[in-house]
Design a protein around this ligand. Structure first.
Ligand SMILES: [Mg+2]
Length: 285
């Protein structure tokens, strides 16, 4: 069944997506997905809590792990920086440079799950905004110079290809960075939506756009990323499955305990994703 195609030039929140969003339209909800940020009860995970001692994050609760039907998976959408590539951009330093120490501390205290710098600078005066974009671009350029592909990424692509599962990419970074990533990695992601798309994570618009271009429903897709606010927020907002990559256990911090955002799965390496998909989804091509 086709779903709405969003304009690639959209610059504002696409209200039309509400009609197609599982959160607001029960027709598209996966079983058990009746709350805005649902707790998944019928998924198992390949990483039992005991194997991940650093993770205090609630893992999926399995009330009937064996008998629950597996959801069909038809696409995987990845974040780029820190997920498909080794994290090299010092985001805290970037935010401090853009906002100044004092403002950074104030905004950080108000936004424990992360700072949306692109959103913040949108309301600034043109000249101040231009300078901010320059600082951000500078950090991103340094990141490109040091770009490294995340271990496990190539194996995961090979696996997805073997199952005929599509792979897409959404980043808040610029298209030039995506082009360099594609060139160095050798594997391509399509669609690969960058900042130029106009709506960026955690807005679900880019993910819904990808689902639309693939002609699949959001609940047949999993969004994988290392940012709870951006990647998991985007995935949840679209009604997709979500997987948080938390290599260092940073989301075990008390700052994240009371947040409503809870991923369906959590892994500490990208390599675990392959097994997670195999164990939890119907991957029949
Ligand atoms: Mg990231």
């Amino acid at each position: 069944m086709g779903i709405m195609r969003l304009s690639s030039t959209s610059t504002s929140w696409p209200w039309g997506w509400l009609k197609f969003n599982p959160i607001f339209n029960p027709k598209f909800r996966a079983p058990g997905r009746n709350r805005i940020f649902p707790t998944i009860h019928n998924h198992t995970t390949i990483s039992p809590k005991s194997h991940l001692p650093h993770h205090s994050f609630p893992m999926p609760i399995s009330s009937s792990p064996i008998s629950a039907p597996r959801r069909r998976l038809r696409g995987v959408v990845f974040d780029m920086d820190g997920t498909l590539t080794v994290p090299v951009i010092d985001f805290a330093a970037m935010y401090r440079s853009v906002l100044g120490d004092e403002e950074y501390a104030r905004i950080k205290a108000l936004n424990p799950s992360g700072i949306d710098i692109l959103h913040i600078i949108q309301s600034w005066a043109p000249e101040k905004q231009r300078r901010a974009y320059e600082v951000i671009a500078d950090f991103e350029r340094q990141g490109m110079d040091r770009l490294q592909i995340m271990p496990g990424a190539a194996e995961l692509c090979t696996f997805l290809d073997s199952k005929n599962i599509r792979r897409g990419l959404i980043t808040r970074n610029i298209k030039e960075a995506v082009d360099i990533f594609h060139e160095r990695f050798g594997w391509t992601f399509h669609p690969a939506l960058s900042r130029e798309f106009g709506s960026y994570k955690p807005n679900p618009a880019p993910l819904l756009h990808i689902c639309s271009s693939w002609d699949v429903l959001p609940n047949e897709v999993i969004m994988i990323g290392d940012s709870l606010r951006d990647d998991i927020g985007c995935g949840k907002g679209a009604g997709a499955f979500t997987c948080l990559l938390d290599e260092t256990g940073r989301y075990n911090s008390e700052h994240f305990v009371n947040l409503d955002l809870e991923p369906d799965f959590k892994v500490s390496t990208l390599g675990e994703v392959l097994h997670l998909l195999d164990a939890n989804f119907d991957l029949t091509p």
